[in-house]
Design a protein around this ligand. Sequence first.
Ligand SMILES: Nc1ncnc2c1ncn2[C@@H]1O[C@H](COP(=O)(O)OP(=O)(O)OP(=O)(O)O)[C@@H](O)[C@H]1O
Ligand SMILES: [Mg+2]
Length: 224
Amino acid sequence: MDRIESGVPGLDKMIEGGFPYPSVVLLGGEPGTGKSTFGMQSLFHEAKKGNTAVYLSSVSEPPWVMQSFLSEFEFYDQKLVDTKKLIFLDLGEKLNSGGGAVLKEIQKSVEMHSPKRIFIDPITAIQTILESKMKYRKFLHELIMYLKGQGCVTFITTEYSYAQLSTSLDAFMCDSVIMLSYIELENSRKKYLEVLKMRGTNHLTGKRSLVIDKTGMRVQPEFR
Ligand SMILES: Nc1ncnc2c1ncn2[C@@H]1O[C@H](COP(=O)(O)OP(=O)(O)OP(=O)(O)O)[C@@H](O)[C@H]1O
Ligand SMILES: [Mg+2]
């Protein structure tokens, strides 16, 4: 099985060298746990190697909003955006036209750019426009099947807590699930990353301390 590095220091040695390739990785966690940072850092990692990476936003905000947050990180490279190695796209408008239109838009951008990494952030916005669980399951199934046929690694973010995992369709259907979380300490919170599932991989288990600073995100070697 082929693998592709995550682009997050400290993570690859927990997952036998990287993500199975091709595969779909679900990044779950509550607001502010670092899901978008994870996905974007991984896209920049790919773009720096000279390959194309695509970011698909479903929150209907112009790309410059995300870019201005990201530009605080050292991994952000405007040259890669200007030369279209890292492409920012907005799914926003398509959300009003239903799941079929969203899927078509994703397929269109993949066919146009042939990305090696894709990041759909967040899938929760698409879930809310599909009225039933059945429709969402169908959408997700088609999306995952399509993406895996394209020879790329896709990250999908979803806003949820550990308690919601056991009933989550996304977690069952994706190849890998990484949960990001923060735990309240006396006067602060600490961030954590946990690999909950990775098909075909003997991954380490348990929460690992996660650091986010101006260099980006990294996983600490052991639980602290
Ligand atoms: N330069 C920085 N230095 C340290 N920590 C930072 C820095 N930039 C962001 N962070 C941390 O990362 C968090 C934001 O992470 P991110 O936007 O990736 O989270 P998210 O899980 O995508 O959130 P949401 O669900 O709201 O989209 C901030 O709340 C902050 O704690
Ligand atoms: Mg986010």
